[in-house]
Ligand binder design. Structure first.
Ligand SMILES: Cc1cc2nc3c(=O)[nH]c(=O)nc-3n(C[C@H](O)[C@H](O)[C@H](O)COP(=O)(O)OP(=O)(O)OC[C@H]3O[C@@H](n4cnc5c(N)ncnc54)[C@H](O)[C@@H]3O)c2cc1C
Length: 423
């Protein structure tokens, strides 16, 4: 089959790679001049297969409110919020308060995480891509006794699902992360031993090159505008090339992997995808003192900031901000990220010289991504991956390829079904 993939982020590129492996002729449409240049560019770089959880977390609803009023609080909201923001917040509350839903969705995401890890390991063996990738574990630090207590339930759930994790004492944390010499409060950590790291942007670009070498056509600098559809099938897609020229491209099937920008293609066919851009920020900087830097990746629960080692660089990331598509980078956000890094890894890098970035998590109001058949027989969706698209990209690409080929997907996709928002 000739299959068009819309979007050359990490999800589009892994999808293209899976389809190509299966013998399909694949064309990727990407409006940027390179792959992985939107949300996949400056993320926290964690491949956190054991951490994945839904956005609509009932335990977070009341915890999160006071964060709005703290200078360094991880949650920010533009005041007054837009209609889109309010709709997203109310939908989130509805899902958070649906009895049992969080637990079901979390298990579904963890199963997809396990598959994703397997697929990443296979892909890395097959292609040998240079993206500062590693699987050396991930630590969730506990800066209070209550946080450590809370990790016990997660540890039990992971054990039940056969996902390795370990509760660590502060001394064990320092053995695992010897560069962590800062005086930030520490009561222990939950260690996700089989999780990993990697530069999602580099990975997307390297995978794009590998795909092209294997016969995938990647068309950069083109904007996919409309799907041309009858009652049952999509026959073509219209795209705008540089210079404004319009073109119609026919194919046998279409996969939408356009992250935050997916809905405008699908909505005219009768399916509204409530994907909201949840903003975050990152700093990336070469290491000055590698011995005092993270060995792998840590989540500092004190500031909700992630610090990750990427080869000889540090990536530090934080904030969940509801402010629509606003690309401003306020100094106050970067100051909080710097404060967290300095409290854990003082002197590891010159944070004032770091490259700053902002991006938008393509978030669904419940949390699981949208994976499956869309509103026409040959239209498929792999989008809305929110906080965990880098982690789940390899797994979601594998299952959408199975769906397209009419096979039983390797993990149950009920939690990810595209039509659930209308139910
Ligand atoms: C601050 C922050 C930290 C994060 N940390 C992590 C992390 O540690 N681990 C993790 O797993 N995830 C993390 N994420 C989430 C992760 O980055 C995303 O889920 C993932 O990058 C989404 O990939 P994507 O390919 O779906 O979207 P994108 O990377 O946004 O790709 C979509 C692509 O589609 C293209 N496109 C859109 N519309 C069109 C069109 N009409 N025509 C042509 N092209 C189009 C865009 O240009 C873009 O390149 C983080 C996100 C943020 C913001």
């Amino acid at each position: 089959m000739h299959i068009v993939v819309v979007g050359g982020g990490v999800v589009g590129m892994t999808t293209a790679h899976e389809l190509n492996r299966r013998g399909h002729q694949v064309t990727v449409l990407e409006r940027h001049a390179i792959a992985g240049n939107e949300t996949s560019k400056g993320n926290a770089a964690q491949r956190s297969y054991g951490v994945v959880y839904p956005w609509a977390d009932p335990a977070m609803v009341f915890k999160a409110l006071p964060w709005l009023f703290k200078q360094d609080g991880p949650l920010k909201l533009r005041v007054p919020p837009s209609v889109e923001t309010l709709k997203f917040m109310f939908a989130t509350l509805r899902y958070a308060w649906s009895p049992g839903l969080f637990g079901l969705n979390r298990r579904a995401m963890l199963r997809l995480g396990t598959l994703s890890r397997e697929r990443f390991l296979a892909l890395e063996k097959e292609l040998n891509l240079a993206f500062d990738g590693a699987h050396q574990g991930l630590l969730h630090l506990a800066s209070t006794p209550e946080a450590l207590e809370g990790y016990r339930a997660t540890h039990d759930l992971l054990t039940e699902l056969g996902i390795p994790s370990r509760l660590l004492t502060p001394d064990q944390v320092r053995e695992t992360e010897p560069g962590m010499t800062g005086d930030g409060p520490l009561y222990g950590a939950l260690s996700y031993e089989t999780d990993g790291t990697g530069d999602c942007h580099l990975f997307s670009r390297e995978l794009a090159k590998a795909c092209e070498a294997n016969g995938v056509t990647i068309r950069y600098n083109v904007e996919a505008e409309d799907l041309v559809a009858g009652d049952h099938k999509v026959s073509a897609i219209t795209l705008r090339r540089e210079g404004g020229l319009l073109e119609t491209l026919e194919a046998d099937a279409f996969v939408i992997c356009a992250g935050c920008w997916s809905n405008h293609l699908v909505k005219p066919l009768g399916l509204d995808l409530p994907i909201y851009p949840v903003k975050g920020y990152s700093l990336t900087v070469p290491l000055k003192d590698p011995d005092h830097a993270p060995a792998s990746t840590i989540h500092d629960d004190n500031f909700k900031v992630v610090s990750t080692r990427l080869g000889n660089r540090l990536r530090a990331t934080g904030f969940v901000e509801l402010t629509d598509f606003n690309r401003d980078i306020p100094e106050a956000r970067l100051a909080t990220i710097r404060k967290s890094v300095e409290s854990r890894f003082p002197g590891c890098a010159d944070l004032n010289a770091a490259e700053s970035w902002t991006g938008f998590r393509p978030m669904t109001p419940d949390g699981p991504a949208i994976i499956g058949r869309g509103p026409r027989d040959n239209l498929y969706l792999n989008t809305g991956h929110g906080t965990f698209g880098w982690t789940l990209s390899a797994g979601s690409a594998a299952v959408i390829a199975q769906v397209i080929d009419g096979e039983e997907p390797a993990v149950c996709l009920d939690a990810f079904r595209p039509g659930r928002f209308a139910e």
